[in-house]
Each structure stands twice: as C-alpha cells, then as structure tokens.
Design a protein around this ligand. Structure first.
Ligand SMILES: [Zn+2]
Length: 242
C-alpha cells in the first residue's frame, strides 16, 4: 500500500487521539471514584439496617413499657377497690380477712411490676440513645455517599469532555486521511494492536521493540510513500526522520 508521507504522519495524530480515547475508556472502567461510591453504598445499606434494628428494639421496649403500665394500673385499681370495700365496713369479717390477704398479694405483685418497669425503662432509654446514634451514622453515610457520587460524576464529566474533544479531532482527522490507509489502521487496531507507531531510532513506536538491522534497513530503504509495517506487532511504522 502507498500513502503520501504527510498522510502517514497525520496517521500518528490519529493514533495519539485513539490512545487517549483508550486511556479515557480504561479510566472510566477502573475509576477508584466508582469503587468509592460502591463502598459508600455498602456503608449506607449497613447503616440503614442498623437503624431498622434499633427502631425495632425501641418499639418492642415501648410496647413492653406500655404493657407494664397497664398491668400496674390494673393492680392499683384493684387495690383501691379493695381498700374502699374495707373502709365502708360493709363486708363480713371473713371477707375483710380475704381482702387484706389480697391487698398484701397485690402490693407484692405491684412491687415486682414496678421493678420490672424501671428495668425496662432503663433499656428503653439506652435503646433511644442507640437509635439516635444509628440515625446520626445513617445521616453521615448519606452525606458520604452524596460526596462520593459528586466526586465520581466530576471525574466522569472530565473524561466525557476529553472524549468529546478527542472524538471531534478524530472525525476531522478521518476527513483528511486516505480511506484505504485508515481502513488498514482500523483493521490492525481491531486486533488489539496500536495500529500505527512512529519509527524512533531503531524502535517501533507502537510496540517499543527494537528492530533488527535487516528490518530497519528494509524500512529505511522503502520508498517514502510506501506503507511499511512492524514485523513484531504489525503496526504501520511511520518514518518521520527521528
Ligand atoms: Zn511494533
């Protein structure tokens, strides 16, 4: 294949643009900022779970406290009723005796309930403190995620800008370059090679390998408009006189 030496040099500009586009693509796929977002999402999910656990614990204790309140109230009502019966003197001696026994037993029962009440209320208070802490941790995790997303989107925006700019350059370069040369270059690139590289000294700029003397002699001896290739990586080797 033949191509004007100036077109061959222009091909190096295309290769440089494509290398930058590849780097941008690679960067997009391996962003540490994306990993940070995923980590922040995991932290937030754990914080949400912890809030739910703390809420459940607290609402269970709220229910226990309410139940104990009702039980204490029932005992008190019963005590008042018994005391009134005793006070108005309308009961027999045996009934009065029974009522006194019952009052003693109600008092013991109430003491037990009130002790339990204190204990559950202490746990309720501790659970309230826990819930407050977990809610705060959740808010911190939400802010951290928002920050991480903002940082990642900022970097993605930068990458997008590079891609748009280089994409435009690529389009313009394609208009200038001979189609057959670009077709060969694209075919080489589709195989994962660089497509084109500058001959620097005795090195292929695409694969960076040194050429042996024979290969180098052949390349240098080829007509300037001859499209020559690297024996090692297959890339188009562009002679710029360096
Ligand atoms: Zn090479």
């Amino acid at each position: 294949m033949k191509a004007d030496p100036s077109a061959q040099r222009r091909l190096l500009d295309l290769a440089a643009v494509d290398a930058e586009l590849s780097r941008a693509d690679h960067r997009r796929r391996t962003l540490p900022e994306q990993a940070a977002v995923e980590e922040a999402e995991r932290t937030l999910r754990a914080a949400q779970d912890a809030v739910v656990v703390a809420q459940t614990t607290l609402s269970d204790l709220d229910r226990d406290v309410a139940k104990l309140d009702r039980e204490v109230e029932q005992v008190r009502t019963r005590e008042v009723r018994d005391q009134q019966l005793l006070a108005n003197g309308s009961v027999s001696a045996k009934q009065a005796n029974d009522l006194q026994h019952e009052l003693a037993s109600l008092e013991r029962r109430r003491a037990v309930l009130e002790e339990e009440q204190l204990e559950v209320m202490e746990r309720q208070e501790a659970a309230g403190v826990d819930l407050k802490h977990e809610t705060e941790a959740h808010a911190v995790a939400q802010t951290a995620l928002a920050d991480a997303v903002e940082r990642r989107d900022g970097v993605l925006g930068d990458i997008g800008t590079v891609e748009v700019r280089r994409g435009e350059e690529r389009t313009n370069l394609l208009k200038e370059l001979p189609e057959d040369l670009v077709a060969l270059y694209d075919k080489l690139r589709s195989r994962g090679a660089a497509g084109a590289g500058e001959l620097i000294g005795n090195r292929c700029g695409a694969c960076r390998l040194e050429m042996d003397r024979n290969e180098l002699r052949e390349i240098q001896a080829a007509a300037p408009d001859e499209v020559v290739r690297c024996e090692n990586c297959g890339a188009i080797v562009v002679r710029t006189g360096k």
